[in-house]
Design a protein around this ligand. Structure first.
Ligand SMILES: NC(=O)c1ccc[n+]([C@@H]2O[C@H](COP(=O)([O-])OP(=O)(O)OC[C@H]3O[C@@H](n4cnc5c(N)ncnc54)[C@H](OP(=O)(O)O)[C@@H]3O)[C@@H](O)[C@H]2O)c1
Length: 248
């Protein structure tokens, strides 16, 4: 057994692919998201690979949900050695047109929720010989300022900042912190975008002479991205890899 991994946002897209890839490599996997039926189906697939799975509701916008989830994982599977902060959401729209609730939703999910989940997991870590890893899934939009996605880009940039700081703070705990910065991945991520807003966003990018984030290339498959991430975890891990930047 490779250890116990916790994947947030495992009900869909990249999180689902990461969970399956980790299970293939011998990790027991805790699956968190709001759509529990999807997690339960995935847990069955993972258990069929001969490792353990734990599927439970996790809402990153609720501190009690985060605490309850982390306690449940550690009771069911044992201490978490690998945290994959994957869950995330984007809501497109010119900043002046976004509602307060939309801005809050993005920041509370991608930033506050990710920080609280990380805080809850590392609270259980002690200074022993166990090797631990935290992965933060970020976006090229953290560094390529993208109009009409400002709260999203800001949340990802802030998460990268926290990752950099934690790398130093957690050195004594044998923890490796990896930021994964992604271009465009073929997942349901954009399917929730309101059509009019999505079209207005692309039109605005064209008007100001910005290229699209996928730079005309094919979108990356989530399985490809999951494999590249898992390769960074091959033991003994190389603690000097701080950023995996995958662009299409
Ligand atoms: N797809 C891309 O092109 C792309 C590019 C760069 C970065 N990323 C990042 O990759 C990560 C995964 O996204 P994806 O592309 O796989 O999109 P996705 O298919 O839409 O998956 C997003 C996941 O986040 C979960 N989630 C959303 N709100 C949540 C909440 N409040 N609490 C718990 N979980 C929540 C969703 O689960 P529930 O709805 O079931 O809760 C879902 O499992 C995100 O952080 C995204 O920013 C994606």
């Amino acid at each position: 057994m490779a250890g116990v991994a916790l994947v947030s946002g495992a009900s869909s897209g990249l999180g689902r692919s990461i969970a399956l890839e980790l299970a293939d490599r011998g990790w027991d996997v805790a699956l968190g998201a709001r759509r529990v039926e999807r997690l339960e189906d995935l847990a069955k697939q993972i258990e069929a690979k001969g490792v353990r799975a734990y599927a439970q509701s996790l809402d990153l916008r609720s501190a009690p949900s985060i605490d309850g989830f982390v306690a449940g994982v550690s009771n069911a599977l044992g201490p978490v050695e690998l945290l994959v902060n994957n869950a995330g959401i984007a809501i497109p729209g010119a900043f002046s047109e976004q509602s307060v609730e939309e801005i809050r939703t993005v920041i509370e999910t991608n930033l506050t929720g990710t920080l609280l989940l990380t805080h809850a997991v590392i609270g259980g870590w002690e200074g022993d010989e166990t090797r631990r890893t935290i992965i933060f899934i970020s976006s090229s939009q953290a560094v390529d300022t993208t109009p009409h996605l400002l709260p999203y880009g800001a949340s990802k940039l802030a998460v990268e900042y926290v990752a950099d700081g934690l790398r130093s703070e957690l050195r004594a705990l044998n923890a490796h912190v990896l930021t994964v910065r992604l271009g465009v991945v073929e997942t349901p991520f954009r399917s929730a975008f309101e059509k009019g807003r999505a079209l207005a966003m692309v039109k605005f990018w064209q008007e100001v002479g910005m290229g699209s984030p996928n730079r005309g290339g094919d979108r990356m498959a989530p399985e490809q991205v999951a494999r590249a991430i898992a390769e960074c975890l091959v033991k003994p891990m190389n603690p000097f890899v701080e950023l995996l930047d995958l662009r299409n």
